[in-house]
Design a protein around this ligand. Structure first.
Ligand code: DC
Length: 233
């Protein structure tokens, strides 16, 4: 692959399957932009929660109100050199930590299934990829956002492995949750992601599957880089 020939790399898969870790590593390696599309759905969900538009107990979203406020929602990413990470901003406010909390995780499926929410996010994401040279992870990147992406990867790992990873991550950030709670949330989100009407999670026909239950990060990166090398030469 010549350095001038920039491509789009779409990484889809189940929640906590390690998409973002590997997507970030690839982006860094190639000098590409990394976009966490899940963070965008989380930010919209946070906005809906802040404005009391979600009734989580009744699985209900005030769609009409959210729709009317959609243009008020501005989402972007900024790199924080102190923490060496990209952070999500909602209307110019840093919400990176807020959007990872259980309250948002529990509500994100019912907000991200709304057609008008998805349409807006997809539009923004496609704009971000116009210049190529991007790695984006999510659920519908290879199927809906970038159906012509040069590289599509579909990641999976068994639910227990994924819950364990998420548990560790949240514990490191001092979030008070139990492993059982997380496992339940992971399974529930799998089901909702797979069965929703709008852009359900499914492997694109031309995506390559990567089950990383027993792979280290380094092995995964090597695997993907050699795939890119193979494909682009
Ligand atoms: O990747 P994540 O777990 O942070 O994503 C949060 C939620 O957003 C997830 O439950 C499904 C939804 N999502 C989506 O519907 N489409 C995407 N492209 C990315 C995430």
């Amino acid at each position: 692959m010549t350095s001038k020939q920039k491509i789009i790399i779409a990484i889809d898969g189940y929640s906590s399957s390690g998409k973002s870790t590997i997507a970030k590593a690839i982006a860094k390696h190639l000098g590409y932009k990394y976009i966490d599309s899940g963070a965008m759905y989380r930010a919209v969900t946070l906005y809906a929660l802040q404005n009391n538009l979600v009734d989580i107990h009744h699985h209900h979203v005030n769609e009409e109100k959210l729709k009317s406020l959609l243009d008020e929602i501005n989402i972007n990413f900024r790199f924080n050199p102190e923490k060496n990470r990209q952070e999500t901003y909602l209307n110019q406010e840093n919400v990176e930590d807020e959007i990872r909390k259980m309250e948002v995780s529990n509500a994100v499926s019912i907000v991200s299934k709304l057609k008008f929410v998805r349409e807006k996010m997809v539009r923004i994401q496609q704009k971000m990829g116009k210049e190529k040279g991007i790695v984006m992870d999510g659920r519908d990147i290879g199927t809906v956002v970038f159906p012509d992406a040069e590289i599509k990867i579909f990641m999976n790992a068994n639910a227990e492995v994924r819950a364990e990873r998420r548990y560790k991550e949240l514990k490191e950030n001092n979030v008070d949750v139990s492993y059982e709670e997380i496992l339940e949330n992971v399974k529930k989100r799998d089901h909702l992601d797979e069965t929703r009407k709008e852009s359900p999670l499914k492997k694109a026909k031309d995506a390559i599957e990567l089950n990383n239950s027993n792979m280290t990060e380094k092995e995964q990166l090597q695997w993907i880089l050699s795939l890119i090398h193979e494909r682009m030469n």
